[in-house]
Design a protein around this ligand. Structure first.
Ligand SMILES: Nc1ncnc2c1ncn2[C@@H]1O[C@H](COP(=O)(O)OP(=O)(O)OP(=O)(O)O)[C@@H](O)[C@H]1O
Length: 690
């Protein structure tokens, strides 16, 4: 599909991105933002990685530290603070950030420094077209926000969330050339932030991840804490999944099962132990992406790339082994404007539409999720595209998700910028339900001992609440409360009464009170959670039953449609009507030729009549001729009616088939959801029991 590459380069050159030939070298004085992944895939020649870094016309960008500070001063009158809210992720699971990139020199030469957006605060931005529209997001990063700053605000908490056992996902959205790859990868060739100020989120995230893992391991030596990190890198192009770490594979399939959840079958996963390993995989993936791009004649901006890292940790405490699991997805989406402005038509448009199917389904998924969060009950078409199917957890599911919507501030991109802002605003309403993915297992004796211990604790605390010092036994017990001030010794009422002992008692009593309050709070929380779970379960069961009834009814209808010959009857009816119509048309044609003969005779007769003064004064129409006309008219009407009936039946048939497909899809979704609900319920039950 060379047209796509052509269209891509046309758009790029319109916005000022000129690919240099391999012989061209970037000016040595300008720090490079090479975005290796993109640059290698944009070039079809076999560039070396080093040469590839010079592919992008880096000299024209205003992001050169000196240039940007100079020109920014001209353009940006006010700069807003860009900093994170440390408590954000406690209460939220979705964060939407707008990133404005600097103007390119081509944009400046086309439209000068005029901009289509005006930042109002660190959270609001106005689109200055007609009518002017104001948008509010979690954060707005202006041109001056550096890669490091963005990482600290968005990337660092994402890693912390993963270490805490939450799935996390970062999407970079925006039109071609708006800075998605700069944000996600940036200059990966330069290594991590120690080596390049332009390296993007991914290298920084992994550098921080491994430093945190090291710290955690050092701080929790006694728990024998272990981490395993596995990476995979894939590309979705034209609704096909390619493994960028194993170019020999192609068109991989997405599977879903209770154990593994949604996953890509046969996708290569590579164990990584440090940031260098990850960068190596990124570079390898980038070079394979180049191969894929050459084979398929595509450019990277037409495909989505998903870099995934699975972080598993395992530790032991009191004979119980804990497992934690988190999936980190870093997604660089295809350029969002492609379909509209690629200029493709006909077959090519169809192809471009297919390429963009993921993106439009993403939009639809988000729209439906927003409607659902507004109380509507809607089907979310996750399975309609590979991207949304694969990342369904990140959209409305079990994940903490960041969407970075990249925009160009130039007037040249005004409409695309508005559409990105609108997309981002809708995404703000997505509600995710992130939970800590943790499991515990251990030898039965250790678990029993823990349960025993907890039972003792509860019974002692109960007694205490009942004011029952008198109920307490004389035994001295060791009580340990999870989250309480630590294990302490219970001496019943039979201690000595020295002032020292009394003081000790008072402090013990205080400890008890604190522990008691904690234990009750925990018990209450668990009670509430249990009740909510039971209610949820009940509702889910009811829903499942309702759905099952619906499915049953629909199955019956389908059965009768297929088995009891309803379908055949309809097809037969259509055939009969079609035959009738054909007959009628034949008959009509036949009579039309007759009537033309009649008309000819009529003309002859008329001529005779004209020449015969005897009959020239009589009526012109004869009864047999008008009866033919009447019959013709009648048949014509009948034919029209028959045609209309056939059309209706066709429509009905089409509708029935569509309904059937929808219902089957719905039934499948429901079964999957039911499975998920059940496993979630079991998991929750397990957690509550622990
Ligand atoms: N915030 C920024 N600061 C400096 N330069 C930037 C910034 N954002 C983007 N750029 C530069 O803009 C150019 C285009 O960015 P990038 O390739 O990341 O766009 P993209 O959205 O990924 O495009 P595509 O959809 O075509 O892949 C690159 O040269 C990049 O270095």
């Amino acid at each position: 599909m060379p047209f796509i590459s052509e269209a891509a380069s046309a758009i790029k050159s319109r916005f000022g991105f000129h690919n240099l030939s391999t012989s061209e070298v970037a000016p040595a004085t300008v720090p490079s933002p090479p975005d290796l992944l993109k640059s290698v895939s944009r070039e079809n020649s076999s560039l070396s990685l080093v040469a590839a870094s010079a592919v992008r016309s880096i000299g024209e960008w205003e992001d050169d530290a000196d240039a940007s500070s100079g020109s920014m001063a001209q353009q940006q009158t006010q700069s807003f603070e860009f900093c994170e809210d440390p408590s954000f992720w406690k209460d939220h699971n979705v964060q939407v950030i707008i990133r404005i990139r600097p103007l390119s020199s081509s944009e400046i030469s086309l439209q000068g420094h005029s901009k289509c957006v005006r930042q109002e605060s660190c959270q609001t931005i106005s689109w200055t077209g007609h009518p002017e529209s104001r948008f509010t997001f979690d954060l707005v990063a202006d041109e001056s926000v550096s890669q490091e700053k963005l990482f600290k605000v968005a990337g660092l908490p994402m890693v912390d969330n993963c270490i805490g056992g939450y799935n996390s996902c970062m999407f970079a959205y925006g039109q071609t050339g708006s800075g998605k790859t700069h944000t996600v990868l940036g200059d990966i060739e330069g290594g991590t932030r120690r080596h390049s100020v332009n390296c993007g989120m991914t290298p920084r995230v992994f550098e921080y991840l491994f430093s945190r893992i090291q710290k955690e391991k050092e701080g929790r030596k006694d728990e024998n804490l272990k981490f395993i990190c596995k990476c995979s890198f894939l590309e979705i192009y034209n609704e096909q999944i390619l493994d960028l770490l194993d170019p020999s594979s192609s068109n991989l399939q997405i599977r879903e099962d209770v154990k593994k959840g949604v996953h890509v079958e046969n996708l290569k996963e590579i164990k990584v132990t440090n940031a260098r390993d990850v960068i190596q995989q990124l570079i390898q993936g980038a070079s394979n992406r180049k191969v894929a791009a050459t084979n398929m004649n595509c450019a990277s901006s037409l495909s989505h790339s998903v870099f995934t890292c699975i972080i598993e940790s395992k530790w032991e405490s009191q004979g119980v082994t804990h497992h934690r699991f988190a999936r980190l997805n870093l997604v660089d989406l295809a350029g969002s404007e492609r379909q509209k402005s690629s200029g493709a038509e006909g077959e090519r448009l169809k192809e471009a539409t297919n390429i963009n199917k993921s993106l439009s389904t993403l939009g639809l998924v988000i729209m439906n999720l927003v409607s659902i969060s507004n109380g509507k009950s809607l089907h979310v078409p996750y399975r309609d595209s590979k991207l949304t199917f694969l990342l369904q957890d990140s959209l409305g599911g079990n994940s903490k998700t960041i969407i970075i919507a990249n925009i160009s501030p130039s007037l040249c991109c005004s409409l695309e910028t508005l559409s990105t802002l609108k997309f981002a605003q809708r995404a703000k309403f997505i509600k995710n339900n992130a939970i800590v993915n943790e499991d515990a297992s251990g030898d039965v004796i250790a678990m029993r001992m823990q349960i025993q211990q907890l039972k003792k604790e509860v019974s002692h605390l109960r007694n205490l609440v009942n004011g029952g010092a008198e109920n307490l036994d004389n035994d001295t017990s060791i009580i340990s409360c999870a989250g309480s001030p630590g294990p302490f010794k219970w001496e019943g009422l039979h201690g000595s009464f020295s002032p020292f002992v009394s003081e000790k008692r008072t402090s013990q009593k205080k400890d008890f009170k604190v522990a008691l309050v904690g234990a009750f709070r925990r018990e209450k929380d668990k009670d509430i959670a249990l009740k909510a779970l039971a209610a949820e379960n009940q509702a889910a069961m009811q829903l499942a039953k309702q759905r099952q009834d619906e499915i049953q009814g629909l199955k019956m209808r389908l059965k009768s449609f297929y088995e009891e010959g309803e379908r055949e009857m309809m097809s037969e009816q259509i055939n009969v009507l079609q035959n009738k119509l054909l007959e009628a048309l034949d008959w009509k044609l036949m009579h039309e030729s007759d009537s033309s003969a009649v008309q000819k005779a009529d003309v002859d007769v008329k001529a005779e009549v004209l020449h015969d003064p005897e009959i020239s004064n009589k009526e012109p129409g004869t009864p047999w001729r008008s009866s033919i006309n009447e019959e013709n008219e009648f048949l014509r009407m009948q034919a029209i009616q028959n045609k209309a009936e056939i059309d209706t039946l066709h429509e009905k048939l089409g509708f029935c088939l569509e309904e059937k497909e929808k219902l089957e899809r719905h039934a499948n979704d429901l079964l999957t959801r039911l499975e998920e609900e059940r496993s979630l319920r079991d998991l929750k039950k397990g957690n509550t029991a622990n």
